[in-house]
Structures are given as C-alpha cells and as structure tokens.
Design a protein around this ligand. Sequence first.
Ligand SMILES: Cc1ncc(COP(=O)(O)O)c(C=O)c1O
Length: 449
Amino acid sequence: MDSTVQEPASSQTLNLDPYWMPFTANRHFKRNPTILVSAKGAYFRMSDGTELFDCLSGLWCCPLGHAQPKIVEAVRRQAETLDYCTAFGLGNPATFRLAERVANLAPAGLDHVFFTNSGSESVDTALKIAIAYHRACGNATRTRLIGRERGYHGVGIGGISVGGMMNNRKAFAALMVPGVDHLPHTWDPSQMAFSRGQPAWGAHLADELQRLVGLHDASTIAAVIVEPMQGSTGVIVPPVGYLQKLREICTKHGILLIFDEVITGFGRMGTNFGADRFGVVPDLLCFAKGITNGVIPMGGVIASGEIYQAFMAGPERAVELFHGYTYSGHPMAAAAGHAALDILEQEGMFDRARALEPVLEDAMHALQGESGVIDIRNIGLAAAVDLEPVPGQPGLRASTVWENGIREGLLLRYTGDTIAVGPPFISTPEEIGRMAEGLRKAIRAAFQG
Ligand SMILES: Cc1ncc(COP(=O)(O)O)c(C=O)c1O
C-alpha cells in the first residue's frame, strides 16, 4: 500500500504508516486520508484548501472555535513565564486561581477541584475518590460501582468497566474492574422517536437502581456514574425526572452520584454544567474538553466539601490521596483554561449557546421524513440523527454520510449509524441552517447511491 500523501501546505511528503491512529480504521484511512492543516473560527482547512464547518466542535471540545486570539496569547505568555510546575507538593498561581473559578461555576456544594489531563483520567479519578471516600468514612465494604448501558466514560480501566459501549469493552474483558453493574440506557424509539429536548417517557428506568440496591445491599455500593446526556453514543437525552430519581435513590442509600460532564460541562447544555440544566447536583462531577477549548489537554473532578473534608482527617504532613499525574494542573493548561473561561463568561457564550438551541432543534428536526432517517434527538447545542443501517454492515451508512459531508463542506462525526452534531457556540444561525441542509444532501446521496 502506498501510505504517503503530498501535503501541499508545506510540500512535504507524509509517511502515514508509523502512526497507529486511535479509534480509527487505520487501513481505510491510510488509503483515503483526510488531512487537516489549519483551523480558524468554526472552520478547518484541508491540505487541498477545502474549508470544512466544524460540526462537532472538534470532538465536543472546541466550543469557542479555533485560533481564539485570547487563548493563543494566554498560552504564549504562560510558556514564557512558567511552562511547567509539578503539582505534587508545589503550586503555581494560574492553577490555584483556575480551581477557584471552576468551583465558582459549579453548583453550590461542589467546591474542590482535582485536575487531570483528560476525560478518561477524570473518570478513573472520580471512581477512585468515591471508593477511597467510603473507606475514609469507615465504610470499606462500599466498593461496587454502577454505570449505564451505552455510557461512555473514556478508555481507562475504570471508565471501560462502568462504560456501556460494547466495542469499547469486549476485547478487554479480562481487565474489567470486578463488582460493576449497569443501569439500562434510556433510549426507546417506540416511546420517544423524534423527541425534542427531554423525552416525557422513561423516568421509571431509574428504578433499576433500587433493584440493584435490593440485589447487592446499599452497604456494598460506592457510586453510580452517568453522563447527564449520553454524548458519545449519540445524544441520548435524559427523560424528564430520570436524573432526579437517581439522585433521590443515591441520597436515600448513601451512594455517591457521579456526573460525567466531559461533554455537558462549560456551556454545551446552555448552562454552566448539565447539573444546572437538569436541576440535579451530583457528589462528584467530571469535566474535561471545553475547560481549555481543547487547546491544551485538561480535565478534572469537582468534589463536594463533604467528600474533600473526609480525606482531611489524618496527620497534617501525610498525603491524603495517593493519586495524581505528572501534568495535573499544568500551568499551560491552566492559562488556556482562564482564557477560555474569560471568553465563555465575558462574551456571553452561555447565552449564545442557549439562543442557538431552538435554531439547531428546528434545523435538525426538519430532516424528519428524509428516507432512512429513523430518529432525531436534541438538547442544548447537541443533536443526533439515527440512520437506517446497511443490512449486515453496521456503521457503513453513517461513514458514507460522513464522506458525503466532506463534499458538502462539513466535518461530521458518527458513531455506529448515528450522526452527531454539536456546533461551536460562535456559529451563526445561518451556519447551523447550512450544516443541516448539507447533512440532508449527504444523507440523500447515501441512500440514493
Ligand atoms: C462523557 C465522557 N467521558 C469521558 C470521555 C473521555 O475523555 P478523553 O477522551 O479526554 O479521555 C469522553 C470523551 O468523549 C466523554 O464524552
């Protein structure tokens, strides 16, 4: 196979072979490479000069668009001032201030921030904190974890154990954390196809948690982890009252509730966090992605004061939590985080995301009736379209739509036969309308071709 491509921007030849690409059909990609060479605002540019609208804000992580001058400048300045500082027993002003800002944005009661470098690390960190918290409180039998079918919590050992996407689990069964159960997912097309916003049906599915308490006894269960809106599996929106029920059952039985807000945090739901949008406050909240607008990797866990204080009981010179990363609280990421939060807060981006929600909703639901479209869902600035699969070839239909999308000037994203969109908050209503119409053409071509 010839695995080299010409890269016109620099006239260099790329050797594609050595790079083992993540979550990619490597052989197919290397035969048909799509190479992005630059990005500005809501658009990527390919090596042949074609511009592509960034329909998913990178991977849900660049809500403010690309090459934001304030972020570029903040990162440059930080690199010149303090480019690295370990967080193990040392501090730097940018990271302490960012923790304070993140805690101030979080729902009341969530006030201590542990920094990581990704969503996966945030999830594994939250699971470890949950189990260590119960131990610190004298409840060392509380070790079981409960996730949810179709959940995506990254690719760490903890995250795949509580996650519920089959392909992310099946090859790694031997590595799974023991003592994990899964709640059912909440998508039922016979009850909620083409729902706008939160489906009315499905709150009762949270009662499955009560059944698991009956099966194992609450004294063995440490935590339940859910995404408030399941993003990576294709924008599965929580039914009205569902998250409230989970909260009530967790509180009643002393089980910690963890929200994985790696996608829903920092404005994607039109609010600071999904917790605000859905009116339910968890005990631990995982974040990543939007905190730095995707420019420098960063994630974290926000813990309630009660959880933090439970660790603060031993001798003052003793390390309270034997956990952390070389790059935890990296000053460069903190600088990007401050600039991203400045833009979010000072340039009305939460309001803008909220104002664009009905525009996206109408534009996406206008695709109902296209042949092969079997469901459309939306909440906040996120939406998904389910497509009739090619019999016996799951994922082929959506990958064809993806390729057609490039011809329409769209960088789409698919999982299985679901196309997900989460446009940047800086998008205009016209751009969102063009995105939906381009998607319509890409879908038509896939079903006619
Ligand atoms: C809800 C959720 N949790 C965790 C992750 C993993 O994040 P990362 O890829 O930064 O490890 C993702 C990534 O999409 C996510 O959507």
